[in-house]
Design a protein around this ligand. Structure first.
Ligand SMILES: *[C@@H]1O[C@H](CO)[C@@H](O)[C@H](O)[C@H]1NC(C)=O
Length: 336
């Protein structure tokens, strides 16, 4: 009898099971036991994943420091968090394009609470449009600003958080993306900063392990998470993401909170999407072209590689440019 085929099938099934099965979930009680009175600093807390994290952590009795640019939005989140029972919650309005000033949010956290248990470095700017079609995106000041927000400020936060996290045997989580592992059409700036993030923080992870540091670090490898802002943005672009490739913001935040306790090196979410995406990327030669077709928005012409834009595109880009002049991104609290 030929055992080859059943053996290979078995191997594939077991691999798929381990790849796709969720980590053993922690109960609400377990989370509360671990998180009660822990001091958590959430950067990028006014919307998206950061906002959801604040609500869930409040429910488990954590002490929170919420950071984002917009104080009005922070006040709304704070109100929600207090309703959920949080008694110790502070907010800081801060723009992370100021790299040197970034450590100030850690100093302020220590001044308020005397310690730091978890750093959630989750803020990001997300320019998503053709680099060659948007002259202002090619300006050195713009490029530098995106790198300051998405990469340099995260490094600055890690440097200044480490001594405090060593004292508390704490943990840090950095919101990265599938865009940190492979490229993504119309996201050159975002991809390059997220690749930088992966390069830096996976190296830092190795150094921490080599030093047997009590501090651990989780990288969030996230796909498309349907936050309010991102869903609106996708709808505006006329892009439909299938359900199997769409992550739920509540589930994502829950996984991140569990990662504070389980401390895995990477948290991949949504899993099925990520593994299919990675496999296609490496093994399917025409996948790049397929992606470009899928993300080409209505009204655009050509094969997507062209740097000249159709009139409809130009209008679209103009609206985005105006938005960016008012701030660094449409989805401030996002990691994705
Ligand atoms: C935060 O504190 C550290 C250590 O005292 C200091 O080096 C750094 O300059 C402070 N950050 C800010 C923005 O004041």
């Amino acid at each position: 009898m030929n055992y080859k085929v059943p053996c290979i099938l078995l191997l594939i099934s077991v691999s798929l099971y381990y790849l796709l099965s969720p980590a053993p979930p922690l109960s609400d009680e377990q989370l509360t036991t671990h998180l009660k009175d822990k001091v958590v600093l959430i950067c990028g807390a006014s919307s998206g994943i950061g906002e959801e994290l604040a609500y869930q952590l409040a429910g488990h009795g954590a002490k929170l420091v919420l950071v984002a640019r917009n104080q009005d939005k922070l006040d709304v989140v704070k109100e929600g968090v207090v309703k959920l029972g949080a008694t110790d919650v502070q907010t800081i309005s801060f723009d992370f394009s100021d790299v040197k000033g970034s450590s100030g949010v850690i100093n302020q956290t220590i001044a308020w609470f005397g310690k730091l248990d978890y750093l959630v470095s989750n803020h990001a700017a997300m320019p998503n449009f053709a680099f060659l079609g948007s002259p202002y995106q090619q300006e050195p000041d713009f490029i530098e600003r995106i790198f300051r927000v998405n990469l340099f400020s995260h490094i600055e936060l890690a440097v200044h958080a480490l001594p405090h996290l060593e004292a508390s045997k704490g943990h840090m989580v950095f919101t990265s993306s599938m865009a940190g592992e492979k490229t993504s059409y119309r996201m050159a700036m975002y991809c390059s900063t997220k690749h930088g993030m992966n390069g830096f923080f996976y190296s830092l992870q190795q150094e921490l392990m080599a030093r047997e540091s009590p501090v651990s670090l989780t990288m969030g490898a996230f796909g498309y998470i349907a936050t309010k802002d991102l869903s609106q943005m996708m709808a505006g672009e006329g892009i439909k993401i299938p359900a199997w490739a769409t992550g739920d913001v509540k589930e994502c935040a829950r996984g991140m909170i569990e990662s504070y306790i389980l401390r895995p090196p990477t948290m991949t979410y949504p899993k099925l999407y990520a593994y299919v995406n990675r496999a296609l990327w490496y093994f399917h030669p025409s996948f790049h072209k397929t992606m470009i077709q899928a993300f080409k928005h209505p009204g655009s012409v050509g094969n997507g590689y062209q740097d000249s834009l159709h009139a409809a595109d130009k209008k679209h880009e103009k609206a985005k440019e105006l938005k960016f002049q008012q701030g660094y991104g449409p989805n401030e609290g996002e990691g994705n």
